[in-house]
Design a protein. Structure first.
Length: 362
């Protein structure tokens, strides 16, 4: 039996990344590249690797507990928060929170407090949520609805007529996608004189101006200035479609989509959306995003959106619904400095603006 007391808990050191990433891929049966690791932990806007703690056994890394730092606007100020991400232990060294996982967590809590970070945020999956509530003292902000919209009839036909051959299902997919695109193309034509809808691949100084306007509309929201946006949507191995609404060279809003092929389905995501709040602009952006995704023969689209936000209503108007199969996402918090924030304000989900972009998964 391995004596985990021999494990050394220490901070990340330059050069650890390959061993960390290899262990990540082993534990999660993934194929994450070193390029993506560097993007995530070394190239993010805050570029602070002190938030990575590892467990080492006889010169070999056997575990990691990491936090990803980010900037959030809270009421009238901006401060750092951390998201726990990529926390794992080699199968031979697992012992729950009383083992090296717990020791790494304690080390990161000390780092966070020493860095004067007052708040931790997370979107744990079901298993992590149960453990986090019991052991890590997660507190609930609330649940984020996952909205759904179908973009072709392939999956419905497959479910009801499973005996259909594959080429027939592909024909149904293609033809119904065309039908959806035609219906989308008939909506929201030129709702605002001079409004232009474009697809871009980077963000310029106009997005700082948009952020300065939009942040006033939300009490708690992750900073979405051009520095953050240009990092967030350059994730290696991921393709994003960035759609903007522009008038007289002013950016009125943007929406970001991505796609993923899962077993048996092609999924689309509205990863993020930010706008000045004009309902016509919001509807036009959503319509264009759906058109782009339908053009890629995506079977359906998912989006996280809180119901107290006006964008939620625009999504519903454009055919998004809640379905039981897509369970709401748990949003949780942990306060490290009670003097810096008002907990009653933090735990009121109506004060938040959260989307898939705030998660490291999408």
């Amino acid at each position: 039996m391995i004596n985990t007391d021999e494990c050394i808990i220490r901070k990340y050191r330059e050069g650890d990344e390959k061993e960390i990433n290899d262990l990540f891929n082993e534990v999660f049966d993934d194929r994450r590249s070193l390029e993506e690791w560097r993007w995530k932990f070394k190239e993010n806007p805050l570029q602070d690797t002190n938030f990575i703690t590892v467990a080492e056994f006889r010169g070999k890394i056997v575990g990691q507990y990491a936090n990803l730092p980010a900037l959030f606007k809270y009421q009238d100020k901006v401060f750092k928060v951390v998201f726990p991400v990529d926390n794992f232990v080699h199968k031979d060294f697992r012992g729950g929170m009383k083992g090296i996982q717990g020791k790494m967590h304690e080390d990161q809590c000390e780092v966070v407090r020493n860095k004067n970070i007052c708040l931790g945020l997370g979107f744990p999956n079901r298993d992590a949520y149960v453990i986090g509530k019991r052991v890590l003292k997660y507190k609930d902000i609330g649940q984020i609805p996952v909205l759904f919209k179908r973009l072709n009839l392939r999956l419905a036909a497959k479910r009801r007529l499973s005996w259909f051959p594959g080429f027939v299902l592909r024909l149904i997919q293609a033809s119904s996608s065309i039908g959806y695109r035609l219906s989308l193309g008939m909506k929201n034509r030129n709702p605002i004189k001079g409004l232009k809808i474009k697809v871009i691949d980077s963000f310029d100084e106009r997005f700082d101006i948009l952020w300065a306007k939009v942040k006033k509309q939300h009490e708690i929201i992750g900073v979405r200035d051009r520095r953050y946006l240009n990092w967030r949507y350059k994730k290696p191995g991921k393709n994003y479609e960035i759609i903007v609404a522009e008038k007289d060279n002013e950016i009125l809003g943007h929406i970001v989509t991505s796609t993923k092929n899962t077993e048996g389905a092609s999924e689309g995501y509205i990863v993020d959306m930010l706008s000045t709040g004009d309902e016509r602009v919001d509807s036009t952006l959503i319509n264009k995003a759906l058109f782009v995704l339908a053009s890629k023969n995506v079977d359906f689209v998912l989006c996280w959106m809180l119901p107290d936000n006006k964008i939620y209503d625009r999504l519903k108007e454009n055919g998004f619904v809640r379905r039981d199969v897509f369970t709401p996402v748990n949003a949780v918090y942990c306060i490290f400095d009670p003097s810096a924030v008002d907990e009653s304000f933090i735990k009121d989900i109506r004060n938040w603006y959260l989307t898939m972009a705030d998660s490291d998964v999408f």
